[in-house]
Design a protein. Structure first.
Length: 320
């Protein structure tokens, strides 16, 4: 009992210091996948793999604008994740994939960006409901090299993370993208997360959360969100993402989610802070600049989740 108390008290502090020092020494480019954590939490913290105790598959499609005008540019992105517990829920295994035509970058322009990653996690349980999960991911990422005639490079990467879970509380730290061959000018940021679920009367639930992203080359960015579930039938969410949307701009997502039977969940989100859409790409009319529409257009996001029981009877539990 005494040993577990000491570990639970001092281990998170020690890991925070190690990750912060470690993260400040590594350069890498931040890819689009990390902005999808509202629907793909494993993308930002590999320790999430298998944490739900079920097999979970998520597909996410983003598009802007939803209906393309004649002569206008459009952006579409696809994301996929699958994870499940193995070996009596003491381990978790997952896979991530994404393909986008837009990258997280400070320069203007549109470039392809794709990646694949294998994710693994180990769970350590003690006392009354304490669960510490350690996770790693190994990936291959295509980084757009803007300013080099649109060329791109493939770089391998790895990530680490931890999550502490006790009942309705979840705390996490992660460095999800550490490049083994860094692209100059980008930093692998450190993420810290906190989530809590309030269970209200009449099967209503309120989930609130906080996420921060920090590195020694940029100011700390803070995200906040809240999702209210009415009678476990429909969820209304609001996500303020200062950690970035397209090209690092802020995002304000409004989301709707609804379970479709036992195995499916369907969701939609829209970014109300979307930037203007380019209507005439630079160079097509002999000009070095592009024109933009007068109406802002944010990303429309549609996701579907399919879940299966792995023999532990946890599929029936509602997950806000």
């Amino acid at each position: 009992m005494g040993k577990c108390h000491i570990v639970s008290k001092y281990f998170p502090r020690l890991v925070w210091v190690v990750l912060l020092l470690f993260g400040n020494e590594i350069n890498a480019q931040q890819e689009s996948l990390r902005m999808m954590y509202p629907f793909i939490p494993m993308g930002i913290n590999p320790a999430e793999a298998g944490s739900q105790g079920i097999l979970s598959t998520t597909g996410l499609f983003r598009k802007k604008p939803l209906i393309q005008s004649l002569g206008a540019l459009t952006s579409s992105q696809q994301y996929f994740s699958i994870d499940m517990p193995i070996r009596g829920e003491s381990w978790g295994l997952g896979f991530l994939g994404y393909n986008t035509d837009q990258s997280f970058a400070s320069a203007a322009g549109v470039s392809s960006n794709l990646g694949l990653a294998i994710v693994g996690a180990k769970s350590y349980r003690w006392g009354r409901g304490n669960n510490l999960r350690l996770g790693v991911n190994l990936g291959l990422n295509q980084y757009p090299i803007l300013g080099k005639n649109g060329s791109s490079e493939f770089r391998s990467s790895y990530g680490v993370g931890l999550t502490y879970i006790k009942e309705d509380l979840s705390l996490g730290l992660s460095l999800p993208t550490i490049s083994t061959n860094p692209v100059g000018g980008y930093v692998a940021p450190l993420y810290a997360q906190a989530k809590y679920v309030f269970h209200l009367a009449n099967q209503n639930h309120l989930k609130i959360g906080l996420l921060t992203r920090s590195s020694h080359e940029e100011a700390m960015a803070v995200d906040v969100h809240a999702v209210f579930w009415w009678a476990e039938r429909i969820g209304f969410g609001l996500w303020l993402q200062n950690t970035g949307s397209e090209y690092g701009n802020r995002a304000l997502l409004g989301s709707l989610e609804a379970p479709l039977g036992m195995n499916f969940r369907l969701g939609y989100a829209y970014d109300f802070l979307g930037q203007y859409v380019s209507t005439i790409p630079a160079g097509l009319s002999g000009s070095g600049t592009s024109s933009t529409s007068s109406i802002a257009s944010g990303f429309h996001q549609i996701y579907i989740r399919y879940t299966l029981d792995v023999g532990n009877g946890k599929l029936e539990a509602f997950r806000p």
